[in-house]
Design a protein around this ligand. Sequence first.
Ligand SMILES: Cc1cc2nc3c(=O)[nH]c(=O)nc-3n(C[C@H](O)[C@H](O)[C@H](O)COP(=O)(O)OP(=O)(O)OC[C@H]3O[C@@H](n4cnc5c(N)ncnc54)[C@H](O)[C@@H]3O)c2cc1C
Ligand code: FES
Length: 303
Amino acid sequence: MSSQTLLERSTAGGAPHRAAVNVASPGCAASVASHRCAVVEHRWVNARYKYLRLAAEAPLARTTRPGQFYQLHCPTDEVHQPFLLRPMSVYGTGPDEGGIEFLYNVTGVGTKALAKLPMGGHMDIVGPLGNTFTFDASFERILVVARGVGLATMAPLVRQAGAAGVGVTALMSARTPGDLMQAEFLRGVPARVHAVYDSDGTSSVEAMEVLLRRLLVEEAPQVVYTCGSHRLLMLLQRVLADYPQIHGEVAMEQRMACGMGVCLSCVRLFDSGGSGHLKQFKRVCREGPVFPVREVVGEVEFG
Ligand SMILES: Cc1cc2nc3c(=O)[nH]c(=O)nc-3n(C[C@H](O)[C@H](O)[C@H](O)COP(=O)(O)OP(=O)(O)OC[C@H]3O[C@@H](n4cnc5c(N)ncnc54)[C@H](O)[C@@H]3O)c2cc1C
Ligand code: FES
């Protein structure tokens, strides 16, 4: 492994403890640290998702990029005792330099404990971790294909595009209209939105393929980004084979332990050669979580 790690500990000026790790691999942030944050906003968005805004002393809004994630040290209580840190995409930053936002699905031990974190409480987060989406302000239009937690991961990218004056087309998939979270995804950025639902069958692979092909032609995006659904990823990969001029990127969601490239629990197979000749394992937490759609190997057979 090519990464160099340097651990420093400091309690200077009464500041909370900080362990900084210098990471040298391309695409990664220059400095990863543990930050003790105050909870400044924590509320339900709908029946399953919560919004969390933290305030750190470090200027995380300046150093965090769209697509990156943090490892959250979820609190423990009598019922929930999460051992590992939980990876969570950055949903947004600001308005102050130390402000960092998360949008999370309350699902298991860690996130159920997290959901109980009170306003004014504190928690530790480690990051920023991972790489970022390829983005160029000279793009005319991007297409974002999102479902579930993919909304949280791609929301900063939508904001980046909006601020740069790049057109955004959003293909959003959800179980029902009540699960869509369109306002939470776009956050005021003007976009051409196409919503599909499980409840009326419009999110089926067949229906989405027709819609996707139409959007790729009519909207002519330079890049298509996706996150939140393996089924959508595989569809996008298949469809993009017919549009070689359009770049595709996916933010992968993989089970993680360390989140820093050390334990190898997040490795996945990728095909960097495009023809099956350059298959290699990569760490989603370090070389990713953002990868070219065309490099993802969907099904792996061993032996
Ligand atoms: C890079 C990245 C970014 C993510 N961003 C978001 C986000 O913005 N919002 C959001 O709601 N969720 C996000 N997730 C998924 C989130 O990490 C899991 O939902 C969360 O870890 C579940 O923890 P739990 O203790 O509640 O669930 P449990 O099922 O009790 O967790 C048990 C173990 O499995 C791991 N695990 C469970 N589900 C997942 C999963 N889907 N992905 C990765 N590890 C998992 C947990 O981290 C834990 O170690 C992201 C995952 C990754 C890898
Ligand atoms: S989670 Fe440990 S190497 Fe990626």
